[in-house]
Design a protein around this ligand. Structure first.
Ligand code: CTP
Length: 408
């Protein structure tokens, strides 16, 4: 049976010559059993009429925030919220440079941007535009920020464009779009609804003096991918984040911390209501025993600077002391005897699961968008995953958490 049967697909059409292809997309989605609603920007209506989509989707098309005539429920004030929550997935195709820029900055000035800002569900963007607009740094930066926030972006294929130019910027074939929609819906069942998940991410900074700190190379990408994936699967996510440059995933409650001690305090505060704790943060193991009140001056030193470091609290060990029902997932980064060390950590920290990062030249872990991991649970079951994008690794980890929850 198609994954699309009875699924609610909300299609957003923006102004671009490829808009005509979306008529085929809507038809195909309906053929596969999906319920489709269409919303259009004003620019899109210059390329295809709303009537085309109304006839295909057998439903009025949303083109205007203010026109109550097209509203089923005649309730103009909350229509956009209802639509945003009605959707299992929002597909914006073609996504113009203008709409991409608006979504990046939270500008909500038409039905499409308002609904997209309000939806908690996955959003797939299929950028389609002229190659120079697509490769423009402004568009590229906007797309990478949206990707960090958990938007799915369909990398546009290269080929001949409507302008006559050649390059990237074509709308993908309808079949490829349908397949991507299938994949996303399959990946994001609402199987964590009503579950509270606390996820830690990024490094911690341990201060030496007012301007210096001890940190590490963690980018936070793995923890943020987990937060995105969990949020798409319906969880209420609290992301306890060390300093990173990353955008907060949509729908996620992010709490910024700096030190290991602050991270511990925040995790403990949220533990009472948590169903799952995933410690993806690279917590510093040591912190300076004292923090200099003033900046340490070079002139005050003779040959070398001695810092005395003391251990930080181990967050997972502290959690284990209080642990009741919460499922705990740790991470391990090892360079020798990887499996043995990871198993030792699992036992020592009383974890339900540990994710072992393989650290080698082909899997740099830090800062990378891909990862190679092995997942081990407290029953000794091991699964070695191939190298995958971090968002895919995140979903695999959540799959394991889910089956652990059901079988314990
Ligand atoms: N961790 C923690 N509190 C710390 C240090 C680490 O909760 N103070 C967590 C990490 O978030 C990770 C797991 O413990 O989920 C393992 O971290 P890792 O640094 O690999 O292990 P350590 O216990 O620090 O041991 P070592 O550095 O000696 O390998």
């Amino acid at each position: 049976m198609s994954t699309l049967r009875e699924k609610h697909v909300l299609v957003g059409v923006t102004g671009g010559i490829a808009a005509y292809k979306i008529a085929y997309l809507v038809r195909q989605l309906i053929k596969e059993g999906a319920q489709v609603r269409v919303m259009m920007t004003e620019a899109a209506t210059h390329f295809v009429t709303p009537l085309t989509f109304a006839a295909l989707s057998k439903h009025p098309v949303y083109t205007d925030l203010w026109n109550i005539e097209t509203s089923e429920e005649r309730d103009i004030t909350i229509r956009h919220v209802k639509l945003a929550h009605w959707a299992d997935i929002v597909v914006i195709a073609p996504a113009s440079a203008n709409t991409i820029a608006k979504l990046t900055h939270g500008i909500a000035d038409n039905i499409l941007t308002v609904v997209t800002l309000a939806t908690p569900r996955p959003v797939l963007l299929a950028p389609a535009m002229d190659v120079d607009m697509y490769i423009n740094e402004a568009t590229q930066q906007n797309l990478s920020r949206l990707k960090e926030r958990g938007f799915y972006i369909f990398d546009p294929p290269a080929g001949e464009l409507a302008s006559g130019l050649h390059g990237k910027g074509r709308l993908p074939e309808v079949e490829a779009l349908v397949e991507k929609i299938h994949d996303i819906l399959e990946r994001t069942p609402l199987d964590f609804i009503k579950k509270n998940i606390v996820i830690t991410a990024g490094p911690t900074y341990e201060p030496i003096d007012p301007v210096r700190f001890i940190g590490n190379r963690s980018s936070g990408k793995m923890g943020y991918a987990l937060a995105t994936a969990a949020s798409h699967r319906g969880a209420r996510v609290t992301l306890v984040s060390g300093p990173t440059q990353l955008q907060t995933p949509r729908g996620v409650n992010r709490i910024n911390v700096e030190t290991a001690q602050e991270m511990l305090n925040t995790v403990l505060k949220h533990l009472r209501t948590a169903n799952v704790l995933i410690m993806a943060a690279a917590v510093a193991d040591f912190t300076p025993s004292t923090v200099a009140k003033e900046k340490i001056k070079k002139t005050a030193l003779t040959q070398s600077l001695q810092l005395t470091l003391v251990p930080t609290p181990d967050i997972l060990t502290e959690v284990a002391k209080k642990k009741k029902k919460v499922i705990t997932v740790g991470f391990a980064l090892e360079t020798t005897n990887e499996l043995t060390h990871a198993r030792e950590k699992l036992q020592k920290k009383n974890l339900d699961m540990i994710v072992l990062n393989s650290y080698n030249d082909s899997n740099p872990v830090f800062g990378s968008d891909i990862n190679t991991v092995t997942i081990i649970n407290r029953w000794g079951e091991i699964e070695e995953l191939p190298t995958l994008p971090k968002i895919e690794v995140a979903h695999k980890i959540l799959d394991k958490v889910k089956s652990f929850m059901e079988n314990r």
